[in-house]
Write a new protein. Structure first.
Lengths: 374, 374
């Protein structure tokens, strides 16, 4: 059904839209594996359900669940959410799912990147990842879209675009030899430019301290509008995060985007360091080959990991003094959207947050089909 | 996503359309279980792929495959066919899938009957059937349709409608105590009338000789137009089929449809008896609890088991002298459709044929979404 295209989106006049452009909906994967999610993934499932219900206030949401979890997901999720069967190895559709591109006529196509669980056998987080790698293809086929299938490993969370030719990423991730070791920085830039139709790549050095994704930019620094970014920040110079954020700030200050604009930078001060408790660690099954969750480990908590839906922003909160100021700042940055804060800790315990567990699908010129609607 | 409705289609002004009314597409399930399909289901998979490719010449086809078979199905199926992941216990979507209903405004809804593998623990064909029973719900949810969920066991192959208020069925199946033992004939009639919006039920006694479905009408006698039916026939009075078909002929001759019309009856002479060979039987895994396939068993071969697609009819052939005359007769009965004959034996070996492995979805007022199309 999905035609596999051997051209590139750039050749065909397709580009990756910014996340704030209109969506036809949002995709998620249902968490299940007990060697990553504590207590049989039950707390995480409630957290994912809250995220899905919040996004569903702004746009249609589809949650994909394994055969074993289908009825459980259907029962726990808001009735407004659509549930479809889909097997995966874990639940990070931002990273293993498709990237959608559109053209000026509003046509939509999918890019089915290769996925190796954030580093494959050289530092990846689990094995195998074969079902995760099929998620992009399956979602694109469900949507009857045509598909680009580049021989290139990329996680959606490692990039962020302004929809106008500029991409943000980190050297820590994209130049990591456990992703595309046979490709130089220049070749990687060319892949991004060809598949996302970009003019300029802005390279930051690292992502959030101890982020197990090798420093995904979507947890660290993202566009909120053309020419405007938010950056994870701390004022604590003794925190290893300080040096990372300060380096990014310097780079961003000296940069211009694809249209030649300097960047307006909004510092998003993070919560106080979030550590795994003994009880939380004890709830995770220890399995050889899967990244362990140890008591006292610091988690890569960041408010930057929010999702931009059609009518709402869904952000994580951490029961931290910074929660409300951040929500107020996002309200100013996104004046046409309601800011919904949902508990982020249980998602963070699995290694990411709200942006990591979601993937937007652009509206293009498609009509939303609500077949049962009057 | 799918709202569960507690009213009935009749109350809401919905009816089951005839199969020749326009479809948005056709659903199938990919065969896999080696205790029903010989040689690891490989010959059946090729047969199903031929059916899907033939139907795809007339309308969009979606084949649902288990996680384990997803890539294999994608590789073996025509590129025009859409493949989605869906778990099932076997591959008879006519019987375990949804029945779609429409209203005069072109809205579409699904009926998610209960399913018990043709008789449950009292003569059913395998255990468990839990995943089959979810197929209706999953398909309806994928389509974002609202859903009726009657507490009533019904297989789609046990009924046939003219879209104008008349239903054909058999006593052998619908009155079998292993389906809805707590309901009388009158109560069963009322369920059918309420959910399919009917005025008249035409009861035949039995279906095709040795049909393991308890005599499904879709393998025996079906509407081909309002006021016209085809009936499985034999001229061999020593064949047990003769008495069954003759009884049905008498009943049909004496009947009128919901609009008061007498029925025009077209006899469809079947192929010579089709028996399982020793080699075929040897290819099926023997598993306690699943109906065995024994060498010499007679199969319920019938040409009535065809599928009516938008632009084509897909019928089984059996390398029998009757193949061509039947194809010519169907060409006369469906003058606006091309008649495609595909090999039926491998599907028959599993217990049914082309109509049993397909389920149409009416077009209603929906626009076919081909998101990738220009």
């Amino acid at each position: 059904m999905s035609k596999v295209l051997t051209t590139t989106p750039r050749q065909d006049g397709f580009r990756m839209p910014a996340e704030w452009e209109p969506h036809i909906g949002c995709w998620m994967l249902w968490p299940e594996r007990s060697d990553n999610w504590r207590n049989g993934a039950k707390p995480a499932q409630h957290a994912f359900a809250a995220v899905a219900a919040a996004i569903a206030q702004g746009e249609p949401v589809t949650v994909c669940a394994s055969p074993a979890q289908y009825l459980i997901a259907r029962e726990m999720l808001d009735p407004a959410v659509r549930v479809v069967e889909m097997t995966s190895n874990d639940s990070w559709i931002r990273d293993c799912g498709p990237t959608f591109v559109v053209n000026d006529g509003g046509q939509v196509r999918g890019i089915d990147w290769k996925f190796n669980a954030w580093g494959g056998l050289a530092g990846g987080l689990y094995f195998p990842w074969d079902q995760d790698d099929l998620v992009g293809e399956k979602v694109i086929e469900l949507e009857r879209d045509d598909r680009y299938a580049p021989d290139f490993i990329l996680e959606g969370g490692s990039i962020d675009v302004d929809g106008e030719g500029t991409l943000l990423t980190t050297e820590e991730c994209l130049l990591n030899p456990n992703r595309n070791p046979d490709k130089s920085r220049e070749q990687i830039e060319q892949y991004l430019k060809d598949y996302l139709n970009l003019k300029k790549i802005l390279w930051l050095k690292k992502g959030v301290y101890l982020d197990e994704t090798s420093g995904h930019v979507d947890n660290f620094c993202r566009f909120v509008a053309p020419g405007e970014v938010v950056l994870t920040w701390t004022e604590d110079r003794s925190d290893p995060q300080y040096e990372i954020s300060a380096d990014a700030l310097e780079r961003l200050k000296g940069a211009t985007d694809a249209k030649g604009r300097p960047l307006k930078i909004h510092k998003l001060v993070g919560p106080k360091p979030v550590l795994i408790t003994k009880e939380e660690a004890a709830g995770v099954d220890k399995v050889a080959g899967t990244l362990p969750r140890e008591s006292g480990d610091r988690l890569a908590a960041s408010y930057v990991n929010f999702y931009i839906a059609n009518k709402v922003i869904v952000m994580p909160y951490f029961n931290d003094a910074a929660d409300v100021p951040v929500q107020q700042m996002l309200a100013k940055l996104f004046p046409t959207r309601r800011i919904i804060a949902v508990p982020g800790r249980e998602i963070l315990l699995g290694g990411g947050n709200i942006h990591c567990i979601t993937q937007q699908e652009p509206l293009g010129r498609r009509v939303v089909q609500m077949a049962g609607a009057a």
